[in-house]
Design a binder for this molecule. Structure first.
Ligand SMILES: NC(=O)c1ccc[n+]([C@@H]2O[C@H](COP(=O)([O-])OP(=O)(O)OC[C@H]3O[C@@H](n4cnc5c(N)ncnc54)[C@H](OP(=O)(O)O)[C@@H]3O)[C@@H](O)[C@H]2O)c1
Length: 327
């Protein structure tokens, strides 16, 4: 049976940087700007917020959830109800068995001040501890049955893993809401026949595209190497830059033809493939640029052109794959 045409998904907000000093240079002095970003995002219709119990480095561990919980609690009740806060629980090796995620779930709910709408398993353990995964998911499915896990999602699973987990939950009558995957013009592996996007669409599972701006690389105009961010991001920018020029030039061309930002073009490429991008945002201006992308769609010819350029990028010019991703 032919599948229905794709509706244009919304755009969400990623909060990995909120509390991450190591990669993103977080300082508590940024909290005021982060709250302004959050409020602007909510006001402009960016209603899905992604966080994780492992976000925040060193003494800031858990900070992303703490900030989201605080910001959401300060919203008027009707806005608070409108947004969806999704956390990811990490399947650390010591979190074992059907009740293995229960303390983590309670801790996340506390940090989020009760505003927890979706729980996602952060990554698949299929590559290194295949026995760990099913009991953890059964435990989360128990939580759905008991009403303590409103919605359930997974993250960093490939098409095979998605089928496996969807089947496991379907046997219990539990719906899998979403699957999260690294997806951008520099990580296009999920598109194409038999890929994650196609399987998710067949199963009726929402696809969430993480790192849709390739950590910001896709927002830099082609040409000279731009000023490098500090730390590992700078190293990545320097390594990938020489091979990105035709792709960035085309993104820039589409953006300037519409008076849009390059970020909007990169986000709309994800949406054109039926995925909801969750760009990492830290300022009101970035929230505005992301929201502006929801006002237009790529033309099919533009999408095809970007597909061709993305898929023909040499392997060394793509984003590194998540080491915990399963097939
Ligand atoms: N499931 C997983 O394993 C997983 C893994 C990674 C990420 N994620 C989720 O996905 C979210 C997004 O991914 P990400 O944070 O890795 O990277 P990203 O969204 O690809 O890129 C974030 C970067 O984009 C820049 N940016 C945002 N809007 C911009 C605009 N309008 N113009 C110019 N630059 C802009 C930001 O700039 P500044 O540096 O100036 O702020 C930041 O550097 C995360 O926050 C997290 O919630 C999930």
């Amino acid at each position: 049976m032919p599948l229905p045409p794709l509706a244009s998904p919304a755009i969400g907000v990623g909060t990995w940087a909120w509390g991450n000093q190591f990669l993103w240079g977080y300082q508590p002095g940024q909290d005021r700007a982060l709250e302004a970003c959050f409020r602007r995002a909510v006001a402009l219709g960016l209603h899905f917020f992604d966080t994780a119990d492992s976000y925040g480095t060193g003494r800031f561990n858990g900070r992303s959830e703490v900030l989201l919980g605080r910001f959401a609690a300060a919203l008027p009740a009707e806005q608070r109800q409108m947004i969806c806060v999704a956390t990811k629980l990490a399947p650390f090796p010591w979190r074992l068995g059907r009740q293995g995620l229960e303390p983590a779930l309670q801790a996340s709910r506390r940090r989020l001040q009760g505003k927890l709408d979706r729980v996602q398993l952060h990554w698949s353990t299929a590559r290194y501890a295949p026995w760990q995964e099913a009991p953890l998911l059964q435990g989360l499915a128990d939580g759905v049955g008991a009403g303590v896990v409103p919605q359930l999602g997974i993250s960093n699973f490939g098409p095979e893993g998605l089928r496996r987990i969807h089947g496991l939950l379907a046997q219990r009558g539990v719906q899998l809401s979403s699957v999260q995957v690294q997806m951008s013009l520099l990580a296009p592996q999920a598109i194409g026949p038999g890929g994650l996007v196609a399987v998710a669409r067949e199963l009726g599972v929402e696809v969430i595209a993480y790192s849709p701006l390739a950590l910001g690389l896709l927002t830099r105009p082609a040409g000279e190497l731009p000023p490098l961010p500090s730390g590992p991001r700078g190293w990545l920018f320097r390594r990938l830059w020489p091979n990105l020029q035709p792709l960035l030039a085309r993104v820039e061309q589409i953006a300037s033809g519409r008076g849009a930002s390059m970020a909007a073009v990169a986000l709309n490429w994800c949406r054109a493939h039926g995925a909801m991008p969750i760009p990492g945002l830290r300022s009101e201006q970035q929230a505005e640029a992301a929201a502006a992308a929801m006002t237009w769609n790529l033309e099919p010819a533009e999408r095809l052109d970007l597909d061709r350029l993305a898929l023909s990028q040499p392997a060394q010019a793509r984003m590194p794959a998540n080491p915990f991703g399963s097939r």
